[in-house]
Design a binder for this molecule. Structure first.
Ligand code: PEP
Ligand code: MN
Length: 340
């Protein structure tokens, strides 16, 4: 961080600030300009320094943060270029990565339902299969998922279709189960700041699809990713899925500006979930097409063999017979956007 002094700051004021900085263990390098003096703070503890409230000290004009709070997620980490991550042999992101499609039902309900969805997803060109075995539901009375039984069905679907599987983990106690059956762990929007869960998933070494919390800022989101990265797990995929906005007519407000801003700040791939932002089928494709044009690295989209009987998120599920057309229109937009 830089501490910038007023032109009329006295030597005593500058010295007092320098002492407060060095008392935290940080270094302080003084630069004397024609009009103002600036102190560059070196190797400090960010929180400790922020808590000093140096901008209120006599003589201080303002304090400017320089380094990003997320060290491993920062784009500088990889020479200012996007860096691909690997999920069971499927590469996401990077400067020239393919536009990826993750398709599947919201929840695993039965073997028939999941397998028929998986076959259609494969035929439509999916790269990964999604499906929740552990569902984070607003109501404790709502269907909570089949648990380990659901994971076994997903593994069966992978066996038959060859599609790697991404599934949500909601509870620390289920890490080993999900690691045993899945290829990628999803962290849902509601758990984006469940820090012990993020740490444990980081330690598991399994690729992660991290969703943005509904009220999370870009810094919150990247610091959540940092919890996983700092455990040595580099395969983190970020997912924008809509944020809370009272005025939106949709379920959540899809924040496509976040795609560009995230890509400015991080080397990690960014995908978009139009389904949970939409909340109803008619909005899914328009949002998906807009997302494909936004420069993201892929989409995650819900589908169901019979949405009217779905136990979770039926109204936003695309029907299986609509998948082929949906995927080809999305891919056409993604290809066009990349050609600009
Ligand atoms: C889901 O993917 O089914 C889900 C619950 O998503 P989110 O965490 O984004 O609400
Ligand atoms: Mn869902």
């Amino acid at each position: 961080m830089l501490v910038i002094f007023y032109p009329d700051a006295t030597e005593a004021q500058i010295e007092a600030v320098t002492e407060r900085i060095t008392a935290t263990g940080a270094g302080a390098q003084r630069v004397v300009g024609a009009e103002q003096t600036v102190i560059g703070v070196i190797d400090g503890d960010r929180d400790h320094l922020t808590n000093l409230e140096l901008d209120a000290d006599p003589g201080v004009d303002r304090v400017v943060p320089v380094s990003s709070p997320y060290k491993l997620a920062s784009k500088h980490r990889h020479g200012d270029v996007a860096h691909p991550v690997q999920i069971a042999g499927v590469s996401f992101g990077g400067p020239t990565g393919e536009f990826r499609m993750i398709l599947g039902p919201c929840a695993v309900e039965t073997a028939d339902q999941t397998l028929s969805a998986a076959r259609a997803c494969k035929a439509a060109g999916a790269d990964l299969l999604r499906g929740g075995a552990f569902k984070p539901r607003t109501s404790p009375y709502a269907f909570q998922g089949l648990g380990v039984e659901g994971l076994k069905i997903l593994a069966e679907a992978r066996e038959e279709t060859g599609l790697p599987v991404v599934t949500e983990l909601t509870d620390l106690r289920d890490v080993a189960h999900v690691v045993e059956y899945a290829d990628c762990i999803q962290v849902g929007a509601r758990n984006m700041q469940h820090f012990p869960l993020l740490t444990e998933i980081g330690r598991s070494g399994m690729p992660v699809l991290l969703k943005r919390g509904m009220g999370a800022s870009i810094d919150d989101f990247l610091l959540a990713a940092e919890y996983i990265l700092t455990e040595g797990n580099a395969n983190v995929l970020l997912c924008e899925r809509g944020i809370h906005a009272k005025a939106t007519p949709a379920r959540s407000c899809l924040d496509l500006a976040a795609v560009t801003v995230l890509k400015e700040h991080t080397h990690l791939p960014v995908i978009v979930d139009p389904s949970h932002a939409a909340g109803r089928r008619a909005l899914v494709e328009p949002l998906a097409l807009a997302a494909a044009a936004s420069g993201c690295d892929g989409l995650i989209v819900e589908c169901h063999p019979d949405p009217r009987t779905a136990r979770c998120d039926g109204p936003q599920a695309i029907t299986l017979d609509a998948l082929d057309g949906f995927v080809s229109r999305v891919q056409a937009v993604a290809t066009a956007a990349r050609g600009f």
